[in-house]
Ligand binder design. Structure first.
Ligand code: G1P
Length: 306
C-alpha cells in the first residue's frame, strides 16, 4: 500500500463501503423562522425534502445502510422514510396507485437507522455518535445541506477512490478566495494514481474555515467524505476547535497525518443550500433540471421582466 499511494496506509484490509452517515441534528438557525418547528433537512426543494436528495445519492452510490444522526424535533425525518399505510390506502382507493407506489418507494429504497446526538457539540461529534452503528468498516459521510445532482454521484466517485487505494477520500472543489471562511480548506500535492488523473491530491494541510489571508489554498471541502473506521479514534482525540465545536476537519487532520487522506476534485456541481440564498439558488437550479417542471419554469423565467 505505502508504495503505490505514497501514504503510510490503512493497516486493515480494504472492505466494501456499505454504510453512510448523514448528520441531521443541527438546529437550523440560519433558516429561522422556517425551522422553528420543522427540521431544516425536511425543507422542500422543488418537490421533495432536502434529505431525500441525499439519501437518493447514497442509493445511487451503492450504499446499503443509511445512518441518520438526529436530535430533538427531528421526528418527521423518521416518518418520511417510514411506511404510511393510511396515505397509501387512500391513494390506492382513489386509483392513484402510481403515487402510492412512489410514496412507498421512499421507505423501501434503503435500510435506514437512527441515532441521536444529545447535545449540539459539532459535526465531528455527530459523526462520532454513529460509531457503534458503523462498526469496523469504511463509510461515507454526506452533509444534508449540500445537494449534488447528476448521473455520476460524488459519493460513488469517492468510493471508487477508497476501494482502489484503501485510503480515505474527501470531495473538494474550488471556491473564490473571499469565501474560504465558510468552508474547510485543504492543500495537497498531485498524487501518482494514474486512473484518477489530476483529480486526486494527497492532502498536506486542512484548516476549518480560515480567513482568506490564512487559507492554504482555495480548495474547499464539499460535504462528501469516504473514511476508514480509524476516523472514530481520531474524533475521540479531537478537542473543540472553530466555533467551540468538535470539528470533523480537525479529526481529518489527524487521519491525514497517521494514515493519509486524498482530496478528490469530484466531477459535478454542488449547491450549498445551507443558508437562505443558497437554498433559493439550489431551488431554482434543481427546478430547471426537473423533468416535469423544468420546461414550464424556464419559460416562466424567460418571460418575466426583471
Ligand atoms: C461543514 C464542514 C466544512 C465543509 C462544509 C461544506 O461546515 O465543517 O468543512 O466545508 O460543511 O458545506 P458547515 O457548513 O456545517 O458550517
Amino acid at each position: 500500500m505505502s508504495q503505490s499511494t505514497g501514504f503510510t496506509g490503512n493497516p486493515s484490509p480494504i472492505k466494501k463501503v456499505r454504510k453512510a452517515v448523514l448528520p441531521a441534528a443541527g438546529l437550523g438557525t440560519r433558516f429561522l423562522p422556517a425551522t422553528k418547528a420543522q427540521p431544516k433537512e425536511m425543507l422542500n426543494v422543488v418537490d421533495k425534502p432536502q434529505i431525500q436528495y441525499v439519501v437518493e445519492e447514497c442509493v445511487a452510490s451503492g450504499i446499503e445502510h443509511v445512518i441518520i444522526v438526529t436530535g430533538k424535533g427531528k421526528n418527521s425525518i423518521e416518518d418520511h422514510f417510514d411506511y404510511n399505510p393510511t396515505l397509501e390506502r387512500f391513494l390506492e382507493e382513489k386509483g392513484r396507485s402510481d403515487q402510492a407506489e412512489m410514496v412507498r418507494h421512499i421507505s423501501d429504497m434503503v435500510q435506514v437507522s437512527y441515532t441521536r446526538q444529545k447535545e449540539p457539540l459539532g459535526l465531528g461529534h455527530a459523526v462520532l455518535v454513529a460509531k457503534d452503528l458503523v462498526g469496523d468498516e469504511p463509510f461515507a459521510v454526506l452533509l444534508g445541506d449540500v445537494l449534488i445532482p447528476g448521473e455520476n454521484p460524488a459519493t460513488e466517485q469517492l468510493i471508487r477512490v477508497y476501494e482502489a487505494t484503501g485510503i480515505g477520500a474527501i470531495a473538494v472543489e474550488e471556491v473564490p478566495r473571499e469565501k474560504t471562511h465558510l468552508y474547510g480548506i485543504v492543500a495537497g500535492d498531485p498524487a501518482p494514481q494514474g486512473q484518477f488523473g489530476e483529480r486526486l491530491l494527497r492532502i498536506r494541510e486542512l484548516v476549518e474555515k480560515p480567513k482568506p489571508a490564512e487559507a492554504p489554498s482555495n480548495l474547499s471541502i464539499t460535504g462528501r467524505y469516504v473514511l476508514p473506521p480509524a476516523i472514530f479514534e481520531c474524533l475521540e482525540r479531537t478537542k473543540p476547535g472553530a466555533g467551540g465545536e468538535i470539528q470533523l476537519t480537525d479529526a481529518l487532520k489527524l487521519l491525514a497525518k497517521e494514515q493519509g487522506l486524498w482530496a478528490y476534485i469530484y466531477e459535478g456541481i454542488s449547491y450549498d443550500a445551507g443558508d437562505k440564498l443558497g437554498f433559493l439558488i439550489a431551488t431554482v437550479e434543481l427546478a430547471l433540471q426537473n423533468k416535469e417542471l423544468g420546461e414550464p419554469f424556464r419559460s416562466y423565467l424567460k418571460g418575466r421582466k426583471f
